[in-house]
Ligand binder design. Structure first.
Ligand SMILES: [Mg+2]
Length: 222
């Protein structure tokens, strides 16, 4: 039977934080804003960015372009800035070549998440994706994980793995959805108030190595 692994996108497969820093510096320069504004811009989009975020930003800095045009520019700037490491891309191929179904479960706006999936080359290397705005459910809701499993031609009832950087939405949510979990720590300590993940690794490449090794050990014993 094929096995399922779902990955988070931002700060798991791609460096969203780095892309946001670069975007904010460019944006501040383009509209002759201060360095302080650049820091504030990072804070404005840190959690999530939606078209409405740019109505606030437009008013705050008295910018000429429409909020919609600022949002579209943001989508293309971020898409140009984000990268998925080559070893992660080839790791996704290796997982699928060894019988895994590989999906992405991400919270965010449909436009920008799909633009990033295309720009990084991830879209051609996965079996399915669930973007929260598209499916109408956000991690940690089980429905968001179920939508990703179904998009991959599977079901949560068949089990699987969730890999992500967010302790609440990815790992606690994934565990409640019945998935085994791998936390990308990105240099942080696990919050003790939550049940520990099954595994803790520094980055997505290490998570893929772990999954491939698990696959090998199982195929030896079965
Ligand atoms: Mg994330």
């Amino acid at each position: 039977m094929q096995r399922l692994v779902l990955f988070d996108l931002d700060n798991t497969l791609i460096d969203r934080n780095g892309a946001i820093q670069d975007w904010a510096a460019q944006f501040a320069a383009r509209y002759s804003l201060t360095d302080h504004a650049s820091t504030q811009l990072v804070e404005s989009v840190q959690e999530r960015a939606f078209p409405a975020t740019f109505e606030t930003i437009r008013a705050q800095y008295r910018l000429q372009p429409s909020a919609n045009s600022l949002w579209r520019q943001y989508c293309s700037d971020i898409a140009a800035a984000v990268r998925c490491p080559e070893r992660v891309l080839t790791g996704m191929d290796a997982l699928r070549a060894t019988g895994w179904r590989v999906g992405i479960a991400t919270n965010g706006a449909t436009d920008i998440q799909n633009t990033k999936l295309k720009a990084t080359g991830l879209i051609g290397r996965i079996d399915g994706v669930s973007v929260s705005e598209t499916v109408g459910a956000r991690k940690p809701e089980t429905a968001a994980f179920e939508a990703a499993a179904v998009a991959c031609g599977s079901r949560l009832s068949q089990g699987g793995w969730m890999v992500g950087d967010n302790p609440e939405t990815d790992i606690d949510g994934g565990r409640r959805a019945g998935l085994r979990t791998i936390w990308i720590h990105n240099g942080r300590a696990w919050p003790d108030r939550l049940s520990a993940p099954d595994h803790c690794v520094p980055d997505a490449e290490a998570a893929i190595t772990l999954l491939l090794a698990d696959d090998c050990s199982r195929s030896v014993t079965t």
